[in-house]
Design a protein around this ligand. Sequence first.
Ligand SMILES: [Zn+2]
Length: 369
Amino acid sequence: MEDSLSIRLEPSDAESLPLGRLLQLAERRLLEGKVLDRASRSKLYGGRWRRLDVRPERVRDLAQLQALPYTDANHWLAAQGSGSIARFVAERARLWVSSRSNARKWVPIGEADLRRMMGLALRLSAMIGLGPSERILAITEPAPRIGNCVPYFWVMADMVAGGLHLEMIPGSVTMLGRNNWPEFAAGRRPQVLWGHIDDVQALADTLCAAGKDPAALYPDLRVLLCFGAPLEPKRVDLHRLFGTNPISCYLSAELPYLQAECAPGAGIHLWLDVTIPEIIPTSELCKEREVPGYVPKALFITDAPDGVAGEYVVTTFGQSLPLIRYRSGDRIQLVSKGTCACGRTHPRVQVLGRITDGSSMQLMIRMDP
Ligand SMILES: [Zn+2]
């Protein structure tokens, strides 16, 4: 039995393993971790797989994963909304968070999931080069969003296994103007500002309206870490306002793994040791839209050509509710599968936005190479 305070630390050399080794690791985790067996206990997958005569036990390697159907937000909402919520979770939840979108998807997070999130928070600390006793100003989101709790897990992970003695100063947009947290945080001279991009912008707007210069208020800031939406077209403005070039972080209730850029504009490293990412190219998405009943084909991100854009599809080895070929609704573009300048071998992507409706599909066609 695991120690109650142990954190799931991924292998320290996993960040720079050759791609082939990473794929072997992912395949082993998928199969030996009995992820599909666990997933089939949730009504999100089980009933639908049986109706479609899908046999997860026949999946013997990574390639065969693609024989399983996609899962999307509609499946999620239907499964969550019908009957007992106990049959929605694959294994017991210790924490529930909800998606940011209007149609609320509730996400169960189990103990092993929390340990993994905390381990990946430590990986993020290392990736952004945090040093001993550095300080993070975190703009938390209101509960039940994932951005409500991540900063606390981050600092607890450091406390238990990170050893940097990080200091976390939480603030929230709700308390802007009702509490002096921006000024208090300034007194602690944070090196990192973390938050949803809209909240980071709201902080800047509030400070500017009060005649304060964000860059002057936080002179030691060197990492501006934004999640929730693409940095473009706000990147230049945020850089000017805070005096540091922002970096992008991928964080959602469904995928709370704090995947981030190692440097501004480098692209978000998708962790191949904890996820199996795929991409449905734009051409396939267009065909799906035009041909009723057409099921678009996805490529493993490691098989996709650099530069390809499309929908991010992800499989995780989660405990309480693994994601199995989950269509995120996010548009990404593969920056590169090549080894990054930072030495990490995990592919890098940019997030381009959401796939929401026909108009964004038009935009997609116009924008994509
Ligand atoms: Zn990198």
